[in-house]
Write a protein that binds this ligand. Structure first.
Ligand code: FAD
Length: 498
């Protein structure tokens, strides 16, 4: 059998499937390749996944999407970061912004200078040194052109995932992607290579292909059920295994951020879209029953419920291999990490970007496949550690769930990172990591972990100069934020309402 790729089949039409089809149509195109997407309306999609991180701008840019059209089509709001309520302890909240703290400080992280300043002045509010945090607190937002000496405002979106998939479907179909409605009932493999050769639909139709992107959701129709990839279960660190999701009517002002409130056995999300507010409770069923979680969520909804709670079940972890033979899993079929930092859509995007870089035009080189699998494993593990840190660092011990988190032994990779940060204020990250030093600082400081010491460079300048420099940074941030209108008003005035 020739391994040259001509016919690409995308299995599934959720966010992962349509992002993959759209990206393939835009990059490799449909002149040389046929791109077919199979989905089943009867099975449907997971139907959640509304909050994103700034990398989504890059994906939209690759597709050449007009941002204003995208916002209107998906009823999107802007997102400056995530507010974490009751995580460190009950009654405490902090913000994880998308942008930097402070400014470039002589080649070392701003936190070193801030720590010295806080010790000398007794003012421990690191929030004052981040523009997104201050804008979010005031409910302000505006896209800002770069300006000398003023901080850049980083943002992402909160959008309706179903509308996004529909938008990308129109985009992909306009570029030659063929959509097939149907339920896959069987999968045929080539006896010699073991590669998937054909999908068999329940009405007898068949779809042949050379390369299959498995975007079939949690079950992993091809990667697991056919290729038997196996799953690394991470619930010993991330025990939450259920979510109750309730879409609600829009309530109050459109806050330009997502809220994550720690609860007795997990946490609750609040994601404001233009037309409704997403609410949900991510929990561990060993610590709270489903009925009780739904009941408590019902009491804590922001906005009137538009539907009954939908229960979703999952296990934190990832497929041992995302790419086997001619099957490559993208989205929920390749792994799941709870949406605490809104990373799933990013992981879809990361897999697509790697697939495009390593596109198997002439076949399946095992070295290329290994490279993809190694890199995806790292992506998942790095996000995993970041999420575990939210549970592990902090003071809560008021319920059995939080005591479990306190006593949990974190992965070595995270334990070492926390140790170094505690001792010297540095976060030892790899260059390509999604979450940078500034993100780790936001979470660790927010959760109450402050370093014992800071970098020697922060002692280079005098106290007076340090005060002056930090004062100038604060003034620039305040100027930037004061110039922004309320988020609601901006959406309206900029013609962005859907
Ligand atoms: P799905 O949406 O499940 O799509 C699977 C597709 O495969 C469907 O079209 C289905 O019809 C098709 N299919 C399956 N079997 C067959 C078959 N036999 N025949 C034909 N078709 C078939 N991500 C974020 O980035 N931000 C968030 O805020 C966020 N919140 C989340 C909250 C929760 C509670 C959960 C569970 C997830 C959240 N996610 C979030 C993750 C996000 O929802 C997913 O990453 C995203 O929706 C992609 O899903 P998918 O396309 O992989 O799977």
């Amino acid at each position: 059998m020739s391994e040259a790729i001509r016919d690409i089949v995308v299995v599934g039409g959720g966010t992962a499937g349509w992002m993959t089809a759209a990206a393939l149509a835009q990059t490799v195109g449909t002149r040389r390749y046929s791109i077919t997407l199979v989905e089943s309306e009867q099975i449907g999609t997971v139907g959640v996944g509304e909050a994103t991180i700034p990398m989504i701008l890059l994906f939209n840019k690759v597709l050449g999407l007009d941002e204003d059209v995208f916002i209107r089509e998906t009823n999107a709001t802007f997102k400056l970061g995530i507010e974490f309520v009751d995580w460190r302890r009950l009654g405490h909240s902090y913000f994880h912004p998308f942008g930097l703290y402070g400014a470039d400080m002589d080649g070392v992280g701003f936190q070193h200078f801030w720590l010295r300043w806080a010790r000398e002045s007794g003012d421990w509010r690191h929030d004052a040194f981040n523009a997104e945090t201050l804008a979010a607190a005031d409910g302000r937002f505006m896209r800002t052109p770069p300006a000398p000496n003023l901080p850049k405002i980083n943002y992402a979106f909160q959008f309706d995932a179903a509308l996004y998939a529909a938008f990308l479907r129109r985009y992909a179909e306009a570029r030659g992607v063929v959509r097939v409605e149907g339920k896959i009932a069987g999968v045929e493999r080539d006896g010699e290579s073991g590669h998937v050769s054909r999908l068999v639909l329940d009405d007898g139709r068949t779809i042949g292909g050379d390369f299959f992107a498995d975007c079939s959701g949690f079950r992993g129709l091809l990667i697991e059920e056919t290729m038997g990839a196996g799953y690394d279960d991470w619930s010993r660190w991330l025990p939450c295994n259920r979510a109750a999701a309730v879409p609600c009517a829009r309530a109050g002002e459109l806050t330009p951020y997502t809220r994550a409130t720690a609860r007795e056995a997990g946490w609750q999300w609040r994601i404001p879209l233009q037309h409704r507010t997403g609410n949900g409770y991510v929990f561990c069923d060993a610590f709270i029953g489903e009925d009780e979680a739904v009941r408590l969520l019902g009491q804590r909804l922001d906005g009137a419920a538009l539907a009954d709670a939908k229960i979703l079940k999952f296990t934190a972890g990832r497929r041992r291999k995302s790419w086997i033979g001619n099957v490559l899993a993208i989205g929920l079929s390749s792994g799941f990490l709870e949406p605490l930092e809104s990373t799933s859509i990013h992981l879809i995007q990361a897999a697509i970007a790697k697939l495009l870089t390593l596109f198997p035009k002439t076949g399946f080189d095992p070295f290329v496949v290994d490279k993809f699998n190694r890199e995806m494993a790292l992506e998942y593990e790095q996000v995993r550690d970041f999420i575990i840190a939210h549970y592990k660092v902090g003071e809560r011990d008021d319920t059995p769930f939080w005591r479990w988190c306190r006593d949990m032994v974190p992965p070595d990779s995270l334990a070492q990172r926390l140790e170094v940060f505690r001792a010297r204020g540095e976060v030892l990250i790899d260059q390509k990591e999604l979450f940078k030093e500034t993100n780790w600082f936001a979470i660790l400081a927010g959760q109450g972990l402050l370093p014992d010491d800071y970098h020697a460079v922060a002692d280079k300048i005098s106290s007076e100069e340090l005060g002056l420099r930090l004062g100038r940074i604060r003034a620039a941030i305040n100027e930037r934020v004061a110039g922004m209108p309320p988020h609601d008003l901006y959406l309206e005035k900029a013609g962005l309402l859907g």
